[in-house]
Ligand binder design. Structure first.
Ligand SMILES: [Fe+2]
Length: 187
């Protein structure tokens, strides 16, 4: 797990002290990624690395556009020279394309394309089953919490509202794909 260990150390250095709640969330996303390892095969380590690093764009040193998926991917690409596939999964995670469209950042996001649908489904599943404080959570509840937190005038509210059907479809695809692999570990 060399790549995952590297990403873990990096994310810990960027988040653990300054954003401890975000770090707790990231650790749960990581543990959710580990539950998908049997279904992902050769890409299991890449997903684990992306999971622990998916929110590094919230770190002060990474903030640029304010769209944390793009900022995280840029930091990983430009500052630490991460694997392009890792940067891509971070760039496209969860509601990123909808937020980028709201913010006029489609071209910035496209630098990390093309997105890999199987990995984007997986990281979205991991993110949406992990609460903001690192507990396991139902994805529909998680999305409701995000909408309540931001409120209807915020770009994240508009993006997540538009993205919601596809985000829940991604979760459903992962549950379907993982069924029978290690069902006791899939929440
Ligand atoms: Fe997240």
């Amino acid at each position: 797990m060399h790549l995952a260990k590297w990403a873990h150390d990096l994310a810990e250095a960027l988040l653990a002290e300054s954003l401890p709640t975000r770090w707790a969330h990231s650790q749960r996303v990581y543990s959710q990624a580990l539950t998908l390892a049997p279904a992902l095969g050769a890409d299991a380590e890449l997903l684990a690395a992306a999971a622990i690093a998916h929110d590094v764009g919230y770190a002060q040193v990474a903030i640029d556009t304010g769209q944390h998926m793009i900022d995280g991917a840029r930091y990983l690409r430009d500052v630490v020279g991460a694997d392009p596939r890792l940067c891509s999964v971070v760039a496209f995670h969860t509601s990123s394309p909808w937020e980028a469209a709201e913010l006029g950042l489609d071209e910035a996001l496209a630098e990390f394309g093309p997105a890999e649908p199987a990995l984007v489904d997986a990281i979205t599943y991991c993110d949406l089953t992990s609460s903001p404080v690192g507990a396991l959570v139902d994805p529909a509840e998680r999305l409701k919490e995000v909408l309540d937190r931001y409120g209807p005038d915020h770009v994240v509210f508009r993006a997540v509202s538009a993205a919601r059907p596809e985000l829940l479809a991604r979760v459903a695809r992962i549950r379907e794909r993982s069924h029978g692999v290690q069902p006791s570990l899939i929440s």
